[in-house]
Design a binder for this molecule. Sequence first.
Ligand SMILES: Cc1cc2nc3c(=O)[nH]c(=O)nc-3n(C[C@H](O)[C@H](O)[C@H](O)COP(=O)(O)O)c2cc1C
Length: 377
Amino acid sequence: MSLTGLKQKTNEIIYSNIIKRIAFKFDAERVHNSFTLVGRFLGSNFLTRKIIEFDFSYQNKKLEQNILGIHFRNPIGLAAGFDYNADLVKILPGVGFGFGTIGSVTHGKYGGNEKPRLGRLPNSRSLLVNKGLKNKGAKAIAGKIKNIEIEIPLGVSIAKTNCKETCDEKEGIKDYINCIKEFEKVNVGNYYELNISCPNAFGGEDFTEEKKLDRLLTETDKLELRKPLFLKMPVDFSVRKTEELCNIAKNHKVEGLIFGNLTKNRKRKEFDREEMKRAGKGAFSGLPTKEASNKLIAFVRKKYKRRFVIIGLGGVFSAQDVYEKIKLGADLVQLITGMIYNGPSLIGKINYRLTKLIEKEGFNNIREAVGKGLIKV
Ligand SMILES: Cc1cc2nc3c(=O)[nH]c(=O)nc-3n(C[C@H](O)[C@H](O)[C@H](O)COP(=O)(O)O)c2cc1C
C-alpha cells in the first residue's frame, strides 16, 4: 500500500471507529459547532495547517482546471451550509478541498429556526436540515474575511434574510442586492452563489417563480459584478420546470448553475421508512438527493451545451459518485453529507481515486472527462 493509501485508511478507521461513534451519540448541531471550533483552531496557525495538509490532502496536476478565469486545483468543493460564518476558510485547503463556499449569508443576521434544526438519518445516508439560514449577517461576515488570505477559490452563497418582511418581492430583491453589495464592497470571494432554493425559510423558494426570478436577475445584472454568479437550483423540480428557469437565467449574467439544494420529497425511495416516521420539520440532504441532481445535471449539459458552468452536488460519498456527476456534465462537484458520514479524509481519498479513474479511462485530465457520459433524459 502507498503512503497516501495508508494515511487515508488510518484516518478513515479513526473516524469511523472512534470519532463518529462518539460524535453520533450527541446532538448533531452541537457536534457541528464543536467541529467548527476545532477546524477554526487547526486553520489558525501555519504548523497545524501543514500537519493537516500532510495527513489529508492529495494533489495531482490531472485534477486541475481553469474555469471562468479561476484556477481550481481539484474539482471537490465544500457546499454552502457547513461553514455559514466563514470559520473554516483557512483549513479547507489542508483537508484537500479545491474550493469552498461560505454561507448562505443573508443581509440581516438570523439566529436560526426553532431547535432541533439538524438531525441524522444514517440508514438513509441523509441529514434533516431546518436551520433556516442561521448566520451572523453579511456585514459581519464580509468584514471578518476581508483580510484573510485564502489559498483556494472561495464562493459566497447569498440568500434572502429569513424574515416576514422579505417575503414581499421588492423587499426580497432589495435584500439580496444589499447582501451582495456588502461583499462587492470588500471584494472578497471568487464567485457568488445566489441561493433561490432554500426550502426552510419564510416565503419558501419564492424566486423560483419565473417572473420573479427574471426581475431578481435584472437587478443583479445592474450590479456589474466583478465575479461570476451561480444560481443554486432546487433539486425537486421536474426537467420542464428546470428548463423554464434555465431559459430565464440564460438571458442574464448568470455564468453557472448548481444542482441542487435539499429535497423536501419524503417519498424518495432512498429513505428508510422508520427513520422518516421519526423525522421532524425540515428538508433532506445526502443520498435521497443524488438521482434527482444527476438527472438535472445531465439534462442541462445536454440542452445548454457550454452556456453554463455546472456544479453538481447531492449524495456524493465516493470518487465514483463524483465521477458520475462529472461524466454527466458537471465541471465541479460539492458535498457536505458525505464528509459527515465518511469523515474529512473522504476529500483526499476522492481526489486520489478520481485520478485513478480518469487514468483508467484514458483521459489526460479531469477536463476531458466532463460530459463524456451523457445519458438520455
Ligand atoms: C446542515 C446543512 C445546511 C445547509 N445549508 C445550506 C445553505 O445555507 N445554503 C445552501 O445553498 N444550501 C444549504 N445546504 C444544502 C447543501 O449545500 C447541499 O445542496 C445539499 O446538502 C446536498 O448535498 P450533500 O448531499 O452533499 O449534503 C445545507 C445542507 C446541510 C446538510
